[in-house]
Design a protein around this ligand. Structure first.
Ligand code: NAD
Length: 452
């Protein structure tokens, strides 16, 4: 572990702490440890593995305030979000603690004997996490992986390693055997890339940019390594004139400015049916100006700073279209930016086409259902989205027509731990969460037993 890394508080620009980064040798040694631990973890009795996960959940829950405080300091997340994020890890661990005793195979009718299937664990699973939701995204990978009998090596993002390091400690405190769940802070090009190239790592779960995701998918092809990808997004919030416009407008800021817009599900395109456009904008302006951007440790904060100076600078490059209005933000140290509403001149504007990953939203009018659908689908991404209408038939038609993995009608919620999450098109490959996620952490084995 040769290099050190200064972790910065994005609200103050002060150093929170300095950590050691894993180098290649330390990464290889940890993967070897995880491979060794797999031999016994896979054979732990289902009820005992379930009990391990429930104890892990309980230890995480008992450190809720500590973990939330760490995420506020490391990532600038609001207190409300950080507390939700700890709960999400607890809930995901608890949900998948039911899995070891329910990894059912099938008995298939065949001639001359009995045919049964087993769901076998893969081995060591590498989880690579981005900086925008360090705790939940880690949990969506490690909880089902462990439940299915795999061991895990997890690399947090460079900017945001602190809660992941703690989760690794809590796993040991909860009694998980050494080597079953390993956290390796370090660089993507060293630790993350080693998960791709090391033959003992049998699957990579990657969440991050589409660009890096494509390189990981290409790298995994070399060993036909299993891969789940959760990548970028450019999601639409489609508001029809028959909707409760006041409600749609009041909740729109949260759908895009939550986590300072650093959310793969951020609805960065708002599409409003033309006859309701002016009414929507009036209500939306009031809501944006009420959105509180302030010290994220305050219970009243709706939004904190961006993660880094680099991210702040990248987001500014999108401000080249007419600005309709903005909210407000603190001045002084920290990567603060006011929520900003753009009205791009046409659908070729960068802010309309590219993922922003900052508190910037673009609004456009559409004339009818067909045009609204076409505008929403005019993207390489397909992760999330919202539809606001009181017409049930339209809600169904538009839901089926939009090419994304996660839609909400008359709501902007994207994620529930018990339902599948993932993207169409270049937003990803495979699904996390919900009952089906276990399929991507197991191989189906077919066994025929002869009557003879
Ligand atoms: P990123 O792609 O730069 O990095 C993600 C992770 O990959 C980090 O841990 C990084 O160290 C690692 N990495 C970088 N290069 C690597 C390499 N060559 N080999 C292996 N690992 C490597 O993304 P980011 O900036 O941390 O996160 C933002 C992106 O994540 C956005 O595009 C966002 O939409 C996406 N995201 C998607 C989802 C989803 O569920 N679809 C959720 C959150 C974030």
């Amino acid at each position: 572990m040769s290099t050190t890394y200064d972790v910065i508080n994005p609200a103050t620009e002060k150093i929170v702490t300095t950590i050691e980064h894993y180098d290649l040798a330390a990464t290889d040694a940890t993967i070897a440890k995880a491979a060794k631990a797999f031999e016994s973890w896979r054979n732990v009795a289902p009820a005992d593995r379930a009990a391990h996960l429930r104890r892990f959940a309980a230890v995480v829950a008992s450190h809720k305030e500590e973990l939330a405080a760490l995420e506020i300091a490391n990532s600038g997340h609001t207190r409300g979000n950080a507390l939700w994020e700890v709960d999400n890890v607890v809930n995901v661990l608890t949900y998948y603690s039911a899995a070891p005793e329910r990894l059912f195979g099938k008995q298939i009718p065949v001639a001359g004997g009995v045919d049964i299937t087993f769901k076998e664990p893969l081995g060591v699973v590498g989880v690579i996490v981005p900086w925008n939701f360090p705790m939940p995204i880690a949990g969506w990978g490690f909880a089902p992986a462990l439940a299915a009998g795999n061991t895990v090596v997890l690399k947090p993002a460079e900017y945001t390693p602190l809660t992941a390091i703690k989760l690794g400690e809590y796993a040991l405190e909860a009694g998980l055997p050494d080597g079953v769940f390993n956290v390796l802070p370090g660089k993507g090009s060293i630790v993350g890339n080693r998960f791709v190239t090391h033959p003992a790592v049998r699957k990579v779960v990657f969440t991050g940019s589409t660009e890096v995701g494509k390189a990981i998918m290409a790298g995994c092809a070399d060993q036909v390594k299993r891969v789940t990808l959760e990548l970028g997004g450019k999601s639409s919030n489609i508001i029809f004139a028959d909707a409760d416009i006041a409600k749609a407008a009041a909740s729109a800021p949260g759908s895009v400015f939550d986590n300072a817009g650093q959310d793969c599900c951020a609805r960065t395109r708002i599409l409003v049916e033309r006859s309701a456009f002016d009414t929507f904008m009036e209500h939306f302006e009031v809501a944006v100006k009420k959105f509180r951007v302030e010290d994220p440790s305050l219970a009243s904060a709706d939004m904190g700073p961006l993660i880094s100076r680099k991210q702040f600078d990248a987001v500014q490059t999108f401000l080249d279209e007419p600005i309709a209005f903005t909210g407000s933000a603190p001045s002084g140290p920290g990567y603060w930016m006011a929520p900003t509403v753009l009205m791009p001149k046409n659908t070729q504007a960068r802010s309309w086409r590219e993922e922003v990953f900052g508190p910037v939203v673009s609004v456009m009018a559409f004339d009818d259902e067909a045009q609204g659908i076409a505008m929403a689908n005019d993207s390489e991404y397909g992760l999330s989205g919202s539809i606001w209408t009181r017409d049930v038939g339209r809600a169904l038609r538009v839901s089926r027509a939009i090419e994304t993995g996660n839609l909400s009608v008359n709501s902007n919620s994207s994620v529930r731990y018990s339902t599948p999450f993932g993207g169409f098109k270049q937003s990803g490959l495979g699904r996390e969460l919900g009952p089906d996620a276990l399929d991507s952490f197991t191989e189906v084995k077919n066994v025929f037993i002869s009557n003879d």
